[in-house]
Every structure is written in C-alpha cells, then in structure tokens.
Ligand binder design. Structure first.
Ligand code: ADP
Ligand code: SF4
Ligand code: MG
Length: 364
C-alpha cells in the first residue's frame, strides 16, 4: 500500500458517525411480470431487491457496490420513495416512511435528495440552469432569504461553476459540469441525505475524481450523509466510511471500509476487489479471481446462496441453505458476511506488510 493511499484512507475516516438517520430493514422490491392468457395475470416477479437491511448515520457515507443488475438503483429509488416497496421498512429519523403518502412525506422530502447516473438525461434540455436548480425550491415553495436566484448563484459557486452561467442551457456544459448542476440541484434544499446513483460512471475517467472530490468535500463541510452507489469498489474506497456489497438483490457483506478492503470474507467481495483497477498486479497474480458469466436473472434466482452459480467455493449446502448475514469469528464489530464457507480474510494482492495490520484488526 502506498503512502498516498494510506493518507487518503485516513482522511476519509472523518467525520465521527452521528445518530442513525436512515434505518432500512428487510427492504424488498419485486416487480410483477404479467403475461399468460387472459392477459394481466401475474406470471412471475423480478426479485430486484430482496430483504436488504442497513443503517446510515448522520454525516456518514455508505458505499453500495455490486455489478450491474444487482438492485442498487432500485434500492436507491426505494429509499427516496420514487418506488413503492413490496416489503420491509424504511425509517428516517425514527419515522416509518415505508408507505408514507405525499402529504406525510412533504416535511422530509427536502431532506433526502438523489443524484442520478446520467447527467445528460437527468437535466431537462429545455430549461436553463437557473430553472433546473431552483426547481426543488419552487416545488416545495421555499423562498430563501435573498431570493431563489441569489441562492442558485451561490449553489453554482459551491459546486465549482460560474454563477454567471445561470441562464445557460444544459447542452452548453460538459458531462462533468452537468453532473455539477445535478449536485447543485440536490443541494438546493439543504439535504441531510443524498442518494448518489453511480454519479460518476457516465463521466470520463479524468473527470471522475473531480466530481468525487466535490461530493466528498460537501459530505465533510456540510455534514451531509451519502449513500454512494457504484459498480466498482475502487471509487467508494476513498469516499465511504462503510461499504455494503450487493449481489442479486441481497447485501452479501457489509463492513467498515478498512475491514472490508483488508479482510473481505465473502467470495464475491474478494472477486470484486481483485478486479479493481488499483489491485496490485505484482502480488495479485496468484490471487486474482476473474468472475465469469453474468449475474443470473432476478426472475429466477439460484436457490440457497444466490452467488453459488459463480462461486468457486460452492458446496452442496450452498444450494439448499441461504447463508444468513452475520458477524463471523475474527471480524470486527459490524462486519457482517453471508457465506457458509467464507474466505480467510486477506485482501487480494495484499503485500506481506499489508497483512500485518489486517491481522491486528482481527484482534482489536
Ligand atoms: N421497473 C422495472 N420493472 C422490471 N424490472 C426492473 C425494473 N427496474 C429494474 N428492474 C430489474 O431489476 C434488477 C435490478 O435492477 P437495478 O436496480 O437497476 O440494478 P443496478 O442498479 O444494480 O444495475 C434488474 O434485473 C432490472 O432489470
Ligand atoms: S455460501 Fe457457498 S456459494 Fe455462497 S458465497 Fe459462500 S461458498 Fe460461495
Ligand atoms: Mg443502476
């Protein structure tokens, strides 16, 4: 591990976690599949999210990671109530908002915001930047002191854009700048929680770090909690204090950042880590795990452990018994893993010196 990485990781450890802001329990979303004859009969269900549980504390950033199709966006949309859950509960500051209606949600609508993956389709091309960013203020009938325009100019400055560009249209901006506009819109109502759904995946690699840095600065300076969705463990590494790994609608591992990266116990986490671009190519050679095949269809997920069709450690038990998400012996508090035959917990590609802190971690 380089000195630079170590520094980055230390700096991402602030701020100290506050009270629980969001409490998600057994969250489930099954999309009905209609068909047969006569029509409009349900013939199946896409099990997009299936019993997901986690907490987000005030000011904390939780990374939500997994391959495409694992249910990350659906989870994000359930949290912001853009989708109605099939089961489970979502509590915000202790209040059950799982099935809250528009009126009941109104007071907290402004506190939970979303940033979308595609900065091209998420901004209305016919609206000026000023209209886009002041949209949430208008919808919620909020008139900040000094007026909406002044607030929009201030927000443009906060996200690193020129306040004079108030009257420009989205097409006049680059992808990275458009995503900054999306960030300004999300900030307009002083949110306490932002769900960022792959906010940099659609951007050039050279721009990604700038936008991640912007979000990280906001998290620290404004104390905003984040659920940061990504398909790649390397991006959330520097951003998240805790990371949850999702596979086919379920959380398979969740832990503090250091514990997850230094001591992954779930084979899927291990595979994702060894595929990360910052895995050390010299030492990862023997350890490197290449995931083959695609995520199976959530219409008919594998029995038992959903990862078993791609897992090199799968045994008979994995097909018959679903592994519970539990704390394994040797793991630090709050490091939960769902696997019958977990890994021994050494990071893929770890150098010998790296395994020492990992071993210490286990005793702490
Ligand atoms: N509205 C929908 N109707 C039916 N299936 C859906 C819908 N939205 C998402 N899905 C399915 O749910 C699964 C999870 O999707 P998604 O949450 O977008 O995953 P991710 O964001 O991890 O790529 C996918 O198989 C997807 O096709
Ligand atoms: S439970 Fe079995 S199939 Fe699932 S990850 Fe563990 S070893 Fe692999
Ligand atoms: Mg998605």
């Amino acid at each position: 591990m380089s000195a630079e990485q170590t520094l980055d990781e230390q700096s991402a450890a602030v701020p100290a976690p506050g009270d629980v802001l969001l409490e998600v329990n057994g969250l489930t979303k099954h999309f009905p599949v209609m068909g047969g004859f006569p029509f409009k009969r349900q013939v199946g269900a896409v099990q997009a999210v299936d019993g997901v549980s986690f907490d987000v504390r005030e000011g904390e950033s939780l990374g939500l990671v997994g391959e495409s199709g694992c249910g990350k966006s659906t989870t994000g949309r359930l949290l912001t109530r853009l989708l109605e859950p099939t089961g489970g509960t979502v509590k915000y500051r202790g209040q059950d908002i799982t099935h809250a209606n528009r009126k009941q949600l109104a007071p907290i609508r402004s506190e939970i915001q979303m940033i979308f993956q595609d900065p091209y389709s998420s901004l209305n091309p016919r609206h000026t930047v000023g209209t886009i960013i002041s949209g949430p203020m208008e919808i919620n009938n909020i008139n900040p002191p000094g007026g909406r325009e002044a607030r929009v100019r201030e927000l443009l400055e906060i996200v690193g854009l020129n306040p004079e560009h108030y009257n420009r249209f989205p097409h006049e901006f680059s992808g990275g700048q458009r995503q900054r506009i999306g960030v300004a819109r999300a900030l307009a109502l002083n949110p306490k929680l932002i769900i960022a759904d792959e906010p940099v995946s659609a951007l050039d690699v050279s721009i990604q770090a700038q936008v991640v840095n912007l979000l990280q600065g906001l998290q620290r300076e404004l104390g905003i909690a984040f659920v940061f969705i990504a398909h790649d463990l390397s991006i959330v590494r520097h951003f998240s204090q805790r990371v949850a790994v999702m596979y086919l609608g379920k959380v398979v591992e969740i832990a503090d950042r250091d514990s997850l990266y230094n001591k992954p116990r779930h084979p899927y986490t291990h595979a994702l880590l060894s595929a990360a671009p910052d895995a050390d190519p010299d030492t990862a050679a023997n350890e490197r795990i290449r995931l083959t095949g695609d995520v199976p269809s959530p219409l008919n997920p594998p029995s038992g452990c959903r990862f078993r069709t791609r897992c090199w450690k799968a045994q008979e038990k994995c097909a018959t018994e679903e592994p519970p998400l539990i704390q394994l012996g040797g793991n630090v508090d709050g490091h939960l893993t769902a696997c019958h035959f977990p890994e021994d917990g050494v990071a893929p590609g770890a150098k010998p010196a790296d395994t020492i802190p990992a071993a210490r971690l286990a005793k702490d």
